[in-house]
Design a binder for this molecule. Structure first.
Ligand code: ZN
Length: 449
């Protein structure tokens, strides 16, 4: 005799179970009944949760749209080192409506916060991240990052995340998406998304035509940036980050194909040869730049190429735990850390535009936050103001979002941090903000204690 239905105790049909069938059927029926009862209970619970959830969120969204008035703020605008003291700032419809040193009358229904001299500054911009899920995006946001440039993920997840964030459906920073890394050996997933590229599987993807094709594919997915690897990676023990991947003509082809769709190119580059090919090819930013020579850095200063040195992630290589936890990479990190610090110091001295970024995925085990990079940038000789700009107004300029975020000014998105101490005096003040506002929505509020 065969079991007629799938039972949690015996999911396979077999004559071998005949000797226990009647007993088993009894048990199965009992279990089935229990499950049915539990399911009923579960459905009831779900309904109750759903209704209370909807009520909760509708009250929350009513609050979200409510204007916010901050009084007695010390405003650091992300552009200058002149603090606007005793200021009031009004947020309406997700934007900064008014900034004034004379009192502003609170509109009806406004939430009012007397900041008692605490500092108000723009939300941070992390110019190089790899967010792969909602929880990671939320971790970035609650660390004070209200804008993030995604520099390589699979399945164009960042394009979707950008749209969900824009629509206010998830708590996430504003996302600038780049889709896949364009590199010699693209991720397997690219071939699953685009099986027509099958001839490239297992081969080095090189040459002007290939670069054009890949740029067009990225553009068809509506990316904001094209990310390429001009040299090998540092984060794998078997690759040498000094190895160049592309020559100048390939970089030029990629940059001009991107430009046809108004998409700038960012190039991961550690080694000098690949880095210089990327700069000469016309990329907008060099990511990392560990071994860039003085000659290449001078070229960057001349051409206005941005540098995103991501020093703190190299520090992460040298330590157990965190984003990278691999003994051989700890040795590599010890070699790279003094080099990347010296290169960034040199770049700053030569007038290269420097932007802050973590290069983290904000995963559950990551101990990397933008504050560490800001401390590194102070360490290479940048002033606190320059470092704040590197994570706000200057970063917004690199990302081409400076028309709506990256500084405190009327008409800008209400992307705000409230912090206890003055970051112009102590850059570590940006850790653990007391309040985080993202597009006018209060994400974190620790002002009450
Ligand atoms: Zn990266």
């Amino acid at each position: 005799m065969y079991f007629q239905y799938s039972c949690p105790m015996f999911s396979m049909e077999s004559e071998n179970f005949q000797w226990k069938t009647s007993n088993a059927f009894d048990k199965c029926n009992k279990i089935k009944q229990k499950i049915m009862n539990k399911r009923k209970h579960f459905h009831l619970c779900c309904a109750v949760f759903l209704i209370s959830g909807l009520l909760f969120f509708s009250s929350l969204s009513a609050q979200e749209n409510a204007p916010i008035l901050f009084t007695n703020a010390n405003i650091i605008d992300g552009v200058s080192d002149k603090i606007i003291s005793n200021a009031s700032l009004l947020v309406e419809n997700g934007k900064i409506k008014t900034i004034s040193t004379s009192p502003i009358e609170a509109p009806s229904g406004a939430q009012v916060f007397d900041l008692q001299g605490k500092h108000l500054m723009p939300g941070l911009i992390d110019a190089h991240v790899h967010l792969r899920d909602f929880a990671s995006a939320e971790r970035a946001l609650v660390s004070g990052v209200t804008t993030a440039r995604s520099m390589g993920v699979s399945h164009f997840m960042d394009v979707g995340m950008r749209e969900l964030s824009k629509a206010g459906k998830i708590d996430a920073p504003e996302v600038l998406a780049a889709g896949y890394h364009i590199r010699l050996r693209p991720a397997d997933e690219l071939f699953m998304n685009h099986p027509e590229l099958h001839d490239w599987i297992g081969k080095d993807v090189k040459g002007v035509e290939a670069m054009k094709k890949l740029a067009d594919i990225m553009a068809s997915h509506k990316v904001d940036w094209i990310k390429t690897n001009a040299t090998a990676r540092a984060g794998l023990p078997q690759t040498d980050p000094r190895e160049p991947y592309y020559i100048e003509s390939e970089m030029k082809a990629l940059v001009s194909a991107g430009a046809q769709n108004n998409i700038p190119v960012a190039a991961h580059a550690h080694g000098d040869e690949g880095g210089r090919a990327a700069v000469l090819g016309g990329v907008r930013s060099i990511e990392h730049g560990t071994y860039l020579s003085e000659e290449t850095l001078k070229l960057m200063a001349e051409r206005g190429t941005y540098l995103v040195p991501t020093i703190a992630v190299v520090n992460d290589l040298t330590e157990p735990g965190g984003d990278y936890d691999q003994p051989l990479l700890m040795i590599r990190g010890r070699h790279m850390l003094p080099r990347v610090r010296a290169m960034a110091r040199n770049a700053h001295r030569l007038g290269v535009k420097i932007v802050a970024a973590t290069d983290t995925g904000y995963g559950a085990n990551s101990t990397l936050r933008l504050g560490q990079e800001l401390e590194e940038l102070v360490g290479i000789g940048m002033s606190n103001l320059e470092v704040i700009q590197a994570a706000t107004s200057r970063a917004a300029e690199l990302l081409r979002v400076d028309d709506h975020t990256g500084k405190i000014a009327e008409g800008m998105d209400a992307d705000l941090l409230i912090i206890e101490r003055n970051p112009l005096e102590n850059i570590g003040a940006v850790y653990d903000p007391l309040m985080i506002v993202n597009d006018g929505k209060i994400i974190v509020n620790r002002l009450t204690w």
